[in-house]
Design a protein around this ligand. Structure first.
Ligand code: ADP
Length: 266
């Protein structure tokens, strides 16, 4: 069996081929020992590990495994997954919305990390929990879908009352900047969760669009587990990226890019 593992800050992503079929699995980082035991029990396997927690996982293994830098693995995995989608892009901006957000410029199949932001999936989970007490990721993203940001976010058109604004009135002037203290006691979990996802999605896409200009490319490929079962984040990122003049693409199984890339060198 050929196994690629991306041990990240929040989740461990595993990609492996068995009888020619590609499989994906993910586990919370708290289950790193169980993942190590699974790997240790594999007979006849080649393993490559990447990600910030690769050292921890390697220390728990009783067999040899390759290790590789996560940016290289992610880039290789993205190329593989793009091909699977029938695409042959070799120049684009890549935004990985993991626990934090990492941004890479890919030109002629060479990647360079050009920046990032601490606003990412970890922010989504952390702020959501603080504001609403909801702890489960799946519950957070499901509730957020039912919420409206209207009472929480201030849009440009709200400021330019009765006048035509010089920029799109649909842009957010201030996340959480509406008169929320007047309605603070009435705000539902759904509204608060939707606003947190709005904050994360708009920040990530705004930073990405600026980075795409620096990279001379208008295609932005978004990956990372923050999009998993999270249609609202996808919607916010997609519409904000388009509104700001770039072309978004969400890679199928993009959260497994690092794991697939690690597997592909074996
Ligand atoms: P990392 O490599 O840093 O672990 P990921 O790309 O795996 O990053 O993304 C982690 C983010 O994915 C979390 O911060 C959270 O927003 C989201 N996420 C998706 N599924 C889950 C889950 N089951 N439990 C916790 N977070 C999840």
């Amino acid at each position: 069996m050929i196994v690629g593992i991306d041990a990240g800050g929040t989740l461990i992503k595993v990609a492996y081929t068995e009888n020619g079929t590609l499989h994906f699995d993910k586990y919370p980082i708290a289950e790193i020992q169980q993942v190590a035991s699974w790997v240790n029990d594999l007979s006849d396997s080649d393993i490559c590990i990447t990600g910030g927690k690769s050292g921890v996982l390697l220390s728990l293994l009783d067999k040899k495994a390759l290790e590789m830098v996560e940016f290289e693995a992610t880039h290789l995995g993205v190329q593989f997954l793009l091909e699977k989608m029938g695409r042959d892009d070799d120049s684009y901006l890549l935004t990985n919305v993991g626990t934090g957000t990492s941004i890479h410029c890919v030109e002629n199949n060479q990647q360079e990390r050009i920046g990032g932001t601490g606003i990412g999936g970890g922010t989504l989970v952390g702020l959501s929990r603080l504001l609403t007490g909801v702890m489960d990721y799946e519950e957070m993203v499901a509730l957020a879908r039912k919420g409206s940001r209207d009472r929480i976010d201030l849009k440009v058109k709200h400021i330019y009352e009765g006048k035509t604004p010089p920029i799109s009135g649909e842009l957010t002037a201030s996340n959480f900047g509406n008169k929320i203290f007047e309605v603070a006691h009435e705000l539902s979990k759904e509204e608060l969760l939707a606003a947190v996802i709005g904050l994360v999605g708009e920040t990530v896409s705004t930073v990405s669009v600026h980075a795409a200009k620096q990279c001379n490319n208008s295609t932005i490929i978004y990956i990372g587990s923050s999009f998993f079962h999270n249609p609202l984040l996808k919607e916010v990122v997609e519409s904000y990226t388009v509104l700001r003049g770039a072309v978004p693409l969400f890679l199928e199984n993009g959260e497994y890019s690092g794991a697939v890339g690690a597997m592909s060198v074996l």
